[in-house]
Design a protein around this ligand. Structure first.
Ligand SMILES: Nc1nc2c(ncn2[C@@H]2O[C@H](COP(=O)(O)OP(=O)(O)OP(=O)(O)O)[C@@H](O)[C@H]2O)c(=O)[nH]1
Ligand SMILES: [Mg+2]
Length: 241
């Protein structure tokens, strides 16, 4: 076993691993050229940061020794502006598999067309915590740091994708959210999400929920999307109006 408890950063080349290390731990003298295999930075308190090279050959070599790594936190860092395919390859998941705490970090949420919702859904499926961040704007960095250090998460925020149009009802069709048979713990939902979830009875449409809550259709749709990602809403039925 390694002497230090490791905070491991893995993920495809150019995802922003080095930038993220620098944003989280500005005191470190971070190098930006890709490591041959991995590069360590010492923190206080018996912790060390380890950046793993994203190349396939490097990860193959690393996997032979990984059983000896004492991984406290495993972070799969991905560029959220790139297609999901190729981002979450099994080799990256294997690197953090044995970590005590693991998370998918969607970096570059400042970029156009950032695929935050898809990545959050993927994280949920794989049992990973999820963080949307930008090392460029600083969004989400403090929340991620808090979780790394304390294991606690502040209010769950979904960074808004840049300039995606607010969905409008495909008139004359309205959508009816159907609550999942088995729902996760509601304690992590926001007040707004709880309010909307309460009104989902399998009959009420999004327009009707919007009317009841005084919110716009687009706002309710966004809340419903978030509830879907979190596993509370199973599907959306269409209803002709
Ligand atoms: N727009 C944007 N660009 C970013 C962000 N974070 C990093 N970058 C850019 O992404 C590129 C790669 O960043 P690095 O931090 O070197 O990524 P890396 O994963 O360490 O790369 P390798 O070690 O070469 O695999 C650089 O040009 C960064 O400036 C971000 O939040 N937003
Ligand atoms: Mg790097």
């Amino acid at each position: 076993m390694s002497l230090y408890k490791l905070i491991v950063f893995t993920g495809p080349k150019g995802a922003g691993k080095s930038s993220l290390i620098k944003s989280l731990f500005p005191e470190l003298d971070v190098r930006f050229e890709e490591p041959s295999y991995y590069r360590d930075y010492m923190l206080t308190g018996g912790l060390a940061v380890r950046e793993v090279a994203g190349r396939r050959d490097a990860i193959e070599v690393i996997m032979a020794a990984i059983a000896k790594w004492n991984i406290n936190v495993g972070l799969l860092v991905v560029d959220s502006s790139r297609p999901l395919e190729g981002v979450a390859e099994p080799r990256f998941l294997a690197v953090i598999e044995r970590a005590e705490k693991k998370a998918l970090v969607a970096n570059k949420v400042d970029e156009q067309g950032s695929q935050v919702a898809e990545l959050e859904k993927f994280a949920l499926e794989k049992g990973l915590e999820f963080f949307g961040v930008s090392t460029k704007t600083g969004v989400g960095i403090e929340e991620l740091k808090k979780w790394i250090i304390t294991g606690e998460k502040t209010v769950k925020t979904m960074p808004k994708p840049v300039s995606l149009p607010v969905p409008k009802p495909p008139l004359p069709i309205d959508l009816v959210p159907v609550v999942a048979k088995k729902t996760p713990d509601k304690s992590r939902l926001t007040q707004e999400e709880l309010e909307v979830l309460e009104l989902c009875d399998g009959k009420r449409s999004i327009s009707e929920i919007a009317f009841k809550t005084g919110k716009s259709y687009g706002d309710v749709k966004k809340i419903i999307d978030s509830l879907m990602v979190k596993g509370f809403i199973e599907t959306l039925k269409t209803k002709t109006v």
